[in-house]
Design a protein around this ligand. Structure first.
Ligand SMILES: Nc1ncnc2c1ncn2[C@@H]1O[C@H](COP(=O)(O)OP(=O)(O)O)[C@@H](O)[C@H]1O
Ligand SMILES: [Mg+2]
Length: 250
C-alpha cells in the first residue's frame, strides 16, 4: 500500500542529504516499526508520508497513486497527546470534526463510538487533567482512528510513559490493531518495544541512508510478553541493539 521509490530528501537548512534514493514498501495491514538512533531521520519519514515535507527526488505512492493526489490516507499520532487542557475529552476529540463542519449530533455519536472502542466512554465529559498518561494516549489514538485513514503513523507514542504503563499500552495497541485492520507504522528507539509489536522492523543505520535493513520478527499473533524470553527473540534483540550501536558510533 505504501511505497517509497528512490526518494531523496534534504532539509533546506542542511548541507547534507538525510536520505538518498530510498526505496521501501509496506503492505496493507502490516505492523511495521522503524528504529534508528536519535536524529537519524525517523520522524522525517513520517513528515514525507503525510506531505509536510516534499522529497527533492523520487516518489511516494499509496495504493499505486502519488500522495499529492490523495486525501486522508494517513493519520499521525505524536509522542505528546496534544490535548487542549481547557477542552473536555469530548471537545478535544470533536475538534477536527468541528473544523470540518460535521453536525454536532453526528460529532457526538462518532465521539461516543470511538471512546467506547478505546474503553474511555466514562471520561467523555472529563478534562485531560483527570486522565493518566496512558489514558491520554488512548484518547490521542482515538482521535487518530477517527480520521478514518487506513494507515496510522505513530511517532514514539509511548516513550513518555512509565515502564509498566508502556507495557500495558503495547498490549492494548496490539488488540486495537488486530481489531481494526489498519496498517501501522510505528517509530521507536526501544528495541524491545519494536520486537514485541511488529511483524517487520526497518533499521536505519547510515547517514545519509539509502536503504533500511528489514528484519522480520519470527512470532505470530496474539503475542505474550513471555515470547520475549525465547532464545531466538533474545538473540534478535541483541542483533538489533548491535546494529544501532554501530550506527551511533559512525
Ligand atoms: N523541520 C526541520 N527543519 C530542519 N531540520 C530538521 C527539521 N526537522 C528535523 N530536522 C533535523 O533533521 C534531523 C533528523 O530529524 P528527525 O527526522 O526528527 O530524526 P529522528 O526522528 O530519527 O530523531 C535532525 O538532526 C533535525 O535537527
Ligand atoms: Mg523523531
Amino acid at each position: 500500500m505504501l511505497e517509497f521509490k528512490n526518494v531523496s530528501f534534504r532539509y533546506d537548512v542542511d548541507e547534507f542529504a538525510m536520505m538518498e534514493n530510498l526505496s521501501f514498501s509496506v503492505e496493507d495491514g502490516d505492523f511495521v516499526s522503524i528504529i534508528g538512533a536519535s536524529g537519524c531521520g525517523k520522524s522525517t519519514i513520517f513528515r514525507l508520508i503525510n506531505g509536510l515535507e516534499k522529497p527533492q527526488k523520487g516518489e511516494i505512492l499509496v495504493d499505486g497513486k502519488p500522495i499529492s493526489s490523495l486525501k486522508q490516507y494517513s493519520a499521525f499520532m505524536p509522542q505528546k497527546d496534544l490535548l487542549f487542557p481547557w477542552r473536555t475529552i469530548e471537545k478535544n476529540i470533536c475538534l477536527p470534526m468541528e473544523l470540518a463542519g460535521v453536525p454536532p449530533k453526528e460529532q457526538e455519536a462518532r465521539c461516543r463510538e470511538v471512546l467506547e472502542q478505546v474503553g474511555l466512554l466514562d471520561y467523555m465529559k472529563k478534562y485531560p487533567k483527570d486522565l493518566s498518561g496512558g489514558m491520554k494516549q488512548r484518547v490521542s489514538f482515538a482521535r487518530t482512528l477517527l480520521s478514518g485513514a487506513d494507515m496510522l503513523l505513530l511517532d514514539e507514542p509511548f516513550s513518555a510513559l512509565d515502564y509498566l504503563t508502556r507495557v500495558e499500552m503495547q498490549e492494548w495497541l496490539l488488540h486495537q490493531w488486530e481489531h481494526y485492520d489498519k496498517t501501522i507504522l510505528f517509530i521507536t528507539h526501544d528495541v524491545e518495544e519494536a520486537v514485541f509489536l511488529s511483524q517487520k522492523i526497518f533499521v536505519i543505520q547510515d547517514r545519509p541512508f539509502s536503504s533500511m535493513e528489514m528484519v522480520e520478527v519470527p512470532l505470530s499473533y496474539p503475542r505474550d510478553r513471555s515470547d520475549l524470553k525465547r532464545p531466538e527473540i533474545v538473540e534478535l534483540k541483541e542483533q538489533l541493539i548491535g546494529k544501532l550501536r554501530r550506527s551511533v558510533s559512525l
